[in-house]
Design a protein around this ligand. Structure first.
Ligand SMILES: NC(=O)c1ccc[n+]([C@@H]2O[C@H](COP(=O)([O-])OP(=O)(O)OC[C@H]3O[C@@H](n4cnc5c(N)ncnc54)[C@H](OP(=O)(O)O)[C@@H]3O)[C@@H](O)[C@H]2O)c1
Length: 341
């Protein structure tokens, strides 16, 4: 098993093609289990770790005061390994009950980065990402605050998550006009059940040499085959532990048709579905890194076992025929399910 390094967008930075996502730390798994997951990831050659100031909170997502546990656990566990890894975190989500405890105002960004640095027990963040587009704060205000952090040495690179292509284009335009550091990466969702970014965001990222760091490559676990259509999530899964975002995926029959259609391809190769799903993402030339989530060390060792092999053009075409056609319909279904929730 070997994990390659890839160039991070147009920058000189190198990151592993699989990153470790730590949303589970302090939310679904405690510090000692998180330590096993982290050790396994670093031993396997992963050098890129993604967290966020809002990750943690146990399973009670309604209590913003308890966010930050994922960063705290990472700060406790990394020790001298901190300087060997590329550490990414995020700002935007609500982290307290006061009106300014969220968003991308200059006020909140500066407070949030200080809190993240303290929890992570480090004096710099390699990649500081805005978690989503902030419709209430002028982009110029956020970009100037982020640029200050880079100039102060607290942050090395900035990136954006959950942005549409037009939002990234607008932000890049403002950065260029004002001579500010620009977003060097995007972090969208991308997997065999979520291919919407292929329409606008990936072409834009290619044209501007933006790093593409994608989340939920296993469809939050659905693409491992562990869930059944409209059935209660299996014991021990995140779905059973209360992850709200799995629910609309489980109610969408299309996802299960995809899983069924992928099974013969995985079987033919002697791979598990998790291996096929992750290797498919890593085989996309435009993907810089796929952020894998794990609640146990075996999730990492199993999922990454085939990433070095990549998929052939014929296999990619076979999978396209199964998954590509109707992603607009799929996105519309997800949006209407989210609106009802
Ligand atoms: N920017 C954003 O808005 C955003 C949103 C979501 C995630 N993220 C980032 O992306 C990371 C990954 O997201 P994700 O956890 O949803 O990704 P994922 O890789 O699609 O799902 C990970 C889950 O799949 C299951 N799994 C993994 N390997 C497995 C295996 N070999 N066999 C069986 N099950 C396996 C585990 O589920 P169980 O724990 O249920 O067993 C694990 O928690 C997060 O940690 C976070 O850093 C960012």
């Amino acid at each position: 098993m070997s994990i390659s390094l890839k160039k991070f967008g147009r920058t000189g930075l190198k990151v592993s093609e699989v990153a470790l996502g730590t949303m589970a730390f302090g939310r679904w798994i405690d510090e000692s289990k998180s330590a096993e997951v982290l050790d396994t990831a670093l031993d396997a050659g992963i050098n890129f770790i993604d967290t966020a100031d809002v990750y943690g909170k146990g399973t009670d997502l309604s209590n913003p005061q308890e966010s930050g546990q994922s960063e705290t656990i990472l700060g406790n566990l990394l020790g001298s390994r901190r300087n060997r890894i590329i550490l990414a975190t995020k700002v935007h989500g609500r982290v307290g009950n006061e009106p300014n405890d969220q968003g991308q105002s200059r006020y909140h960004i500066i407070r949030a980065v200080e809190n993240s640095l303290r929890r992570l027990k480090t004096d710099y963040i390699d990649l500081y990402q805005v978690h989503r587009f902030d419709r209430e704060t002028p982009l110029e205000e956020s970009l100037r605050a982020l640029d200050d952090l880079v100039r102060q040495g607290k942050v090395r690179y900035i990136g954006a998550s959950n942005y549409a292509a037009w939002q990234l284009a607008k932000a890049h335009g403002i950065s260029a006009q004002l001579g500010l550091h620009r977003y060097e990466s995007i972090q969208p969702e991308y997997s065999l059940i979520a291919r919407g970014i292929e329409q606008e965001l990936l072409p834009f990222a290619a044209s501007e040499q933006v790093g593409v760091v994608v989340y939920s490559p296993l469809g939050r676990g659905l693409l491992t085959g562990k869930y059944e259509f409209n059935q209660a999530p299996p014991a021990g899964s995140r779905g059973a532990a209360g992850e709200a975002r799995i629910k609309p995926l489980l109610e969408n029959e299309r996802n299960f048709h995809i899983v069924e259609a992928l099974k013969p391809i995985a079987a033919r190769k002697g791979w598990t579905l998790a291996q096929l799903a992750l290797t498919w993402v890593v085989s996309q030339p435009q993907v810089t890194s796929a952020i894998l989530g794990a609640s146990k060390p075996q999730n990492i060792t199993e999922s990454i076992a085939k990433v070095a092999e990549k998929l052939t053009a014929d296999e990619l075409a076979e999978i396209d025929a199964i998954t590509q056609g109707d992603f607009n319909v799929y996105n519309a279904l997800r949006e209407s399910a989210a609106a009802k929730a």
